[in-house]
Design a binder for this molecule. Structure first.
Ligand SMILES: Cc1ncc(COP(=O)(O)O)c(C=O)c1O
Length: 370
C-alpha cells in the first residue's frame, strides 16, 4: 500500500515494451530501417501522450522522470525566461523544493513560500498578495497533488491568477498524470511533469510538457534528440511503456478511480471505527487524490515502531512522522501541516491492484500492533 512511491508494471505495458528490449533495438537516430522503426515508436508514443493530454506533440519532451522534468522547468524559467522571483510552497516534493532552494542560495532568484490553510491547501489570497507584490518576472511552482497528504490544487484557478500577474506557472503533476484527465490546450499552465512509474508504467521515464508559447534553451547538450533540447539516445522501450501505461490508465479511468476511491473511504471508516485517536491529515474527503490517505496515530512506544511492524507482516506503507529528534527528520510535509509531536503519521496509497480484503488485513494488523 505504497503506490504513491511507485506502482507495479502492468503486464500489458511490459508486453508493449518487450519488442524494443529484444529484436527492435535500432537507434532512433540511425537512418536505416531498424533506426526508422525505433524513431517511429518514439514519435507514435509522443503523439499518443499528446492526444491524451490534449497537447501538441511538439509540446511533449520525454525525460528520465519527474525529477528531471521539474528541474528543467524551474531552471529554464529562471535562466532562460528571466524569472527573478520564485513563489512555491513548503510542501512541494524535494524535486521542486531543493531546486528552488538551490537557485535561491545561488543568488539567482528570490524565494517566497505561500501560506497553507489548516487543511494543507494553499492560501490563494496569500498567493495573490505575493504575486501583486513582485516587481519583475515571477515563476510560480506549485504541485497539482501532494504525494504525502493527497491534497489537490485547482490548476485552473492558480493558472488564471498567474496569467493575471504575467507569471510563469509550473506544476508538478507527477501524482495526477495517469490518474486524472488533462486538457492542456485549455489549461493556463506553462510546464507540467509526469512519471511513468506512478501509473503502472516503467521507472526512469517521464515527460515535461512545455507550452508552445514558451521557448527555452536546450537542457542537455550533445545531440539532436528531443528536437535538440535533450541530447542522448532515447529510452525507446521506456517511452513506449510510458505511452502504453497512459493509454491504459485513460481507458480505465472511470472504473478504476471509483474502485480505488471506494477503498480509501472504506479504510477511513474502518480506521475511525476500530482504532482510537486516529486523525486524517490534509483534506481526505475534499479536494484530494483518491489514491492517498495520510493517517496520524497517537504516539506510543508501539506506534513508533509501526512501519517496522507492518513491514514484518508484509505490509508496505510509508512514514512521515513529525519527529524532529535525532537523524530522523520526519516528513517536511507533515511538519508543515500537522506538527503534533504526539502523533505518528503513516501514508497509505492505493492502486488498482489493491483489494478490500487487503484493507481488512491491514486494519487487523494495525489493531494488533497498536
Ligand atoms: C509529487 C512528486 N514529484 C516528483 C517525483 C519524482 O519523480 P521521479 O521519481 O520520476 O523522478 C515524485 C515521485 O517520487 C512525486 O511523487
Amino acid at each position: 500500500m505504497d503506490n504513491a512511491a511507485t506502482t507495479a508494471l502492468d503486464s500489458t505495458v511490459l508486453e508493449s515494451m518487450m519488442p524494443y528490449l529484444t529484436e527492435k533495438f535500432g537507434n532512433p537516430s540511425s537512418i536505416y530501417s531498424y533506426g526508422r522503426e525505433s524513431r517511429l515508436a518514439v514519435e507514435t508514443a509522443r503523439k499518443s501522450v499528446a492526444k491524451i493530454l490534449n497537447a501538441h506533440p511538439a509540446e511533449i519532451f520525454f525525460t528520465s522522470g519527474g525529477t528531471e522534468a521539474s528541474n528543467t522547468a524551474i531552471f529554464s524559467a529562471v535562466r532562460n525566461l528571466g524569472c527573478e522571483h520564485i513563489i512555491s510552497s513548503p510542501i512541494e516534493h524535494h524535486a521542486t523544493l531543493h531546486t528552488v532552494e538551490y537557485l535561491y542560495n545561488n543568488g539567482e532568484a528570490s524565494l517566497s513560500f505561500v501560506k497553507l490553510l489548516p487543511n494543507g491547501h494553499i492560501d490563494l489570497e496569500h498567493l495573490e498578495k505575493l504575486l501583486a507584490e513582485m516587481d519583475g518576472k515571477t515563476l510560480v511552482t506549485l504541485m497539482h497533488a501532494n504525494n504525502e497528504i493527497g491534497n489537490m490544487m485547482d490548476l485552473e484557478v492558480v493558472g488564471e491568477l498567474c496569467k493575471l500577474y504575467g507569471a510563469i506557472f509550473h506544476s508538478d503533476t507527477v501524482q495526477t498524470v495517469g490518474h486524472f484527465p488533462f486538457d492542456l490546450r485549455n489549461t493556463p499552465v506553462h510546464f507540467i511533469t509526469g512519471a511513468g512509474h506512478k501509473f503502472h508504467g516503467p521507472k526512469g521515464v517521464g515527460i515535461l510538457y512545455i507550452n508552445e508559447n514558451v521557448r527555452i534553451k536546450p537542457f542537455i547538450h550533445g545531440g539532436s534528440q528531443e528536437r535538440n533540447m535533450r541530447a542522448g539516445t532515447e529510452n525507446v522501450y521506456g517511452i513506449v511503456g510510458f505511452a502504453k501505461a497512459l493509454e491504459i490508465a485513460t481507458l480505465q479511468y472511470e472504473q478504476e478511480s471509483a474502485q480505488i476511491h471506494t477503498l480509501k473511504v472504506y479504510m477511513m471508516e474502518q480506521l475511525k471505527k476500530q482504532i482510537k485517536g486516529v486523525h486524517f491529515n490534509g483534506d481526505p474527503i475534499g479536494r484530494s487524490l483518491y489514491t492517498v490517505l495520510n493517517v496520524s496515530f497517537p504516539k506510543t512506544e508501539k506506534s513508533e515502531m509501526l512501519l517496522f511492524n507492518l513491514d514484518i507482516n508484509g505490509i508496505c506503507v510509508s512514514g512521515g512522522s513529525a519527529c524532529t529528534s535525532g537523524a530522523d527528520q520526519g516528513s517536511h510535509v507533515i511538519r508543515a501541516v500537522n506538527n503534533n509531536p504526539n502523533q505518528v503519521a503513516v501514508r497509505f496509497s492505493y492502486s488498482k491492484y489493491n483489494t478490500k480484503p487487503e484493507i481488512d488485513q491491514v486494519i487487523v494488523k494495525l489493531k494488533e500492533v497498536m
